[in-house]
Design a protein around this ligand. Structure first.
Ligand SMILES: [Zn+2]
Length: 472
């Protein structure tokens, strides 16, 4: 495909630059396409991979007023600027279905979203894992005050919505509270949300039972939104968690999207393949179900969500520490944490990504830290928990699972990352490398998937999932 013998990284970098130009694929009909006219830009002689999954072809692309106006083997017209693209690949701008830049995209420092622009992303979806701004209209207005480096699409974050209406306690909503949540969901959909997300391992999203979620999903369904879920369990209870998501889709009659589809923890390896077969069955029955994946064997979240049970985290950090101090709950929490550490290779599988009180711990695993401090891993975990908590990277997945899942034609690429500025953190590399890794490593180098499949998983497929017709 690359005839000029550029080295691979250079190919990838140039390709990513070019894909930003491709905002949409809407060629004019052939009669008007033949009429010569000055274009703003012509991309000449590139290998065009259009995001549909069809084989790439060599051709020219003309752009005027930020729109693609012509695609053909040879464009004769003139343009203000022409870029020679032979030996390069041209793709649509990528859509990151699963992004957590809700705060960063309205911050002056990070609104440019450079670490996604450089990955070829032109659109991100926020409000994921049940967390983000509840007032969608206000959020869009804030973004528009100074603009953002990428397009932004928002999902109603069910956890934040629940917190807003009824706090973070572990209880059922009263009928009035449920009504209030439905009204706010209705308003968010009217204001331009594209669906609703849940984060069913996080407080307080996790306190919602299936029936409550169905009620809210019905509101989203009336506006043709999707239900995107960080499901209740991504480990040994994965199948039950996928079933819950499928049930919500069936009852509320809306498309289901499983976020960062995986099974994590050695005792759960392979389960994600069984879950994929279950989803295939549901799809055969006519249900709309899709998923996304970041192409890594490590995940990343808070240390608390990784090692401490949800019931102990109810109500926030202050209440967690009270429960750690109370004789009736302390032992129960500690034995759960010990067991969690055991399952993660005695703490070796968990690396600190961010922890302000001890910058020297960042980048090290829990066992290394415990050795250096001459303490137990449990002591380190409790110390961090009693301070302010930490972000961690958790090496819990199986490479074969990751490779098999990315071959499925209903699995999109998504980062689960956010806009970053280089700093003292050691964040998960998915923040900078999700899309290049899928294309450069898994498609071009390892040949796990065809390049056309990799491009589709980052452009045409997420556009179909969202119902997006005119952006990339
Ligand atoms: Zn998540």
């Amino acid at each position: 495909m690359f005839t000029k013998g550029f080295n691979r990284m250079r190919q990838l970098r140039l390709m990513i630059c070019l894909c930003l130009f491709l905002l949409s694929f809407r060629p004019l009909d052939s009669a008007s396409a033949q009429k010569p006219e000055p274009f703003d830009l012509i991309l000449k002689g590139g290998t065009i991979i259009d995001g549909t999954g069809q084989p790439g072809f060599t051709g020219d692309i003309a752009i005027k007023n930020d729109r693609i106006v012509q695609i053909s083997p040879e464009i004769k017209g003139t343009a203000d600027q022409t870029i020679q693209c032979s030996g390069l690949m041209i793709t649509p701008g990528f859509i990151d279905l699963h992004n957590h830049s809700d705060r960063q995209i309205v911050s002056p420092l990070t609104r440019a979203n450079m670490n996604f622009i450089t990955q070829g992303c032109t659109t991100i979806v926020t409000g994921n894992c049940g967390s983000g701004p509840v007032d969608t209209g206000e959020y869009y207005r804030q973004i528009d005050v100074s603009g953002s480096g990428t397009n932004v699409m928002h999902l109603i974050p069910q956890g934040s919505l629940r917190d807003h209406v009824m706090g973070s306690g572990q209880r059922k909503p009263t009928p009035e509270e449920l009504n209030k949540m439905k009204q706010l969901a209705e308003k968010a959909m009217q204001d331009g949300a594209w669906g609703m997300s849940t984060g069913l391992i996080y407080v307080p999203s996790s306190y919602a039972e299936t029936d409550e979620l169905i009620e809210l999903a019905r509101v989203v369904s009336r506006h043709q939104g999707i239900y995107a879920s960080h499901i209740r369990n991504e480990s040994t209870e994965l199948l039950a968690a996928v079933n819950e998501a499928l049930k919500i889709g069936q009852e509320a009659k809306l498309p289901v999207h499983i976020s960062h589809f995986k099974s994590t923890g050695q005792d759960a390896w392979g389960l994600v393949i069984r879950a994929a077969r279950m989803i295939d069955e549901a799809r055969k029955q006519g249900q709309i179900v899709t998923a996304d994946q970041y192409p890594y064997i490590a995940s990343s979240t808070s240390l608390g969500a990784t090692l401490i049970p949800a019931w102990a985290r109810a109500g926030g950090d202050k209440e967690l520490i009270q429960r750690l101090d109370a004789p009736e709950t302390s032992q129960k929490i500690i034995s759960y944490i010990k067991n969690s550490i055991e399952k993660r290779n005695g703490g070796k599988a968990i690396r600190i990504a961010r922890y302000a009180p001890r910058p020297d711990w960042v980048g090290k695993n829990l066992q290394q830290i415990a050795d250096a401090e001459q303490k137990s891993v449990l002591d380190i975990v409790l110390e961090i928990t009693r301070q302010e908590g930490a972000s961690v990277v958790n090496f819990g997945m199986n490479e074969d699972d990751v490779r098999q899942i990315m071959q499925i034609d209903w699995v999109a690429t998504a980062s689960d990352g956010r806009a970053y500025l280089p700093g003292s953190d050691r964040p998960h590399p998915r923040n900078y490398g999700t899309f290049p890794r899928k294309l450069g490593y898994y498609a071009i180098q390892e040949k796990v998937i065809p390049l056309e499949h990799a491009v589709r998983s980052a452009s045409g497929l997420p556009a179909d999932i969202l119902g997006l017709t005119d952006r990339g």
